[in-house]
Design a protein. Structure first.
Length: 166
């Protein structure tokens, strides 16, 4: 790959992430917002791959792309069918103004910050070493969390099929 290949990939993935994020905010209903969120999260994972942060890309896909999407599916399943699932709100102009002001402050801070430049390239983390550390001493907490998520999923399915909580 040429020198400009990663830069082009970064620009394309960044554009997809921004457009998908706008889709989350501007979507007319919850389902479209959830699909846009998945696209944004996967684009950010792609950005991590371009930046050679393989572990962060994997965590982004598994935790955010998986767990957050499952959480949204819980919300969709528990959402009352009789209610309109639109996301229209009269506070959108105020929220847009707050987002623009916050974004402006963040952009100003990023421009005015004197970012240090490393004297040598950063060392790349080893995925097998990270996997051994994560699933060695942390295997039991990892499995406990997976069981709690499984119980929550089963509970959401039962509540959604029964027509709601009693």
């Amino acid at each position: 790959m040429s020198e400009s290949g990663p830069l082009i990939a970064f620009a394309l993935l960044g554009t997809v992430a921004i457009l998908a994020s706008l889709g989350v905010v501007l979507a007319p209903n919850v389902v479209q917002a959830a699909v846009s969120l998945v696209g944004a999260l996967l684009a950010v994972a792609g950005l991590y791959v371009v930046l050679l942060a393989d572990f962060l890309a994997l965590v982004q896909v598994l935790i955010y792309g998986g767990a957050v999407t499952i959480l949204l599916l819980f919300a969709l399943m528990l959402h009352r069918v009789g209610r309109d699932p639109t996301l229209d709100n009269r506070q959108k102009p105020l929220a847009a103004l707050a987002a623009l002001v916050s974004g402006g402050f963040l952009l100003l801070a990023a421009i005015l910050t004197p970012w240090p430049v490393a004297a040598f390239p950063p060392e790349r983390a080893s995925l097998p070493l990270l996997g051994t550390a994560l699933f060695g001493p942390w295997a039991l907490p990892f499995e406990v969390v997976s069981l709690v998520l499984l119980v929550a999923l089963i509970g959401a399915v039962v509540i959604a099929r029964a027509g709601g909580p009693s």
